[in-house]
Design a protein. Sequence first.
Length: 119
Amino acid sequence: MGIKVHGEIVETDKEGFLVNPDRWDEDVGEALIKQHEADGHIPVGETARGMIGYFREHFRENEAHPTLHNLRLILTERHGKDLHDHRAYKMFLYGLFPHGPVRMLCKLAGIPKPTDELQ
């Protein structure tokens, strides 16, 4: 399986995760987003794109998958307000990514599939 980027096939597994995460670049990221949307998911807006960038950065710096808690902390830090209403925050994320925010963000960010306990 794979996605087409500039006439070349970039290999993915059966769930759409990159087989080689080092293959990710901006063009591959756009192709992953287009595939995600073509699969019937809601369009990926600027907020979700920022989250994708954060997931890439976090994984690169920590060699570990980010969690919803990590994402909440970074959004609190960057936007200067505490996201105290954890339930509303989680509902917001699941509104963007109904099939699991961590799993979908990892896929779109081109990082390895998260383990079950992180999803």
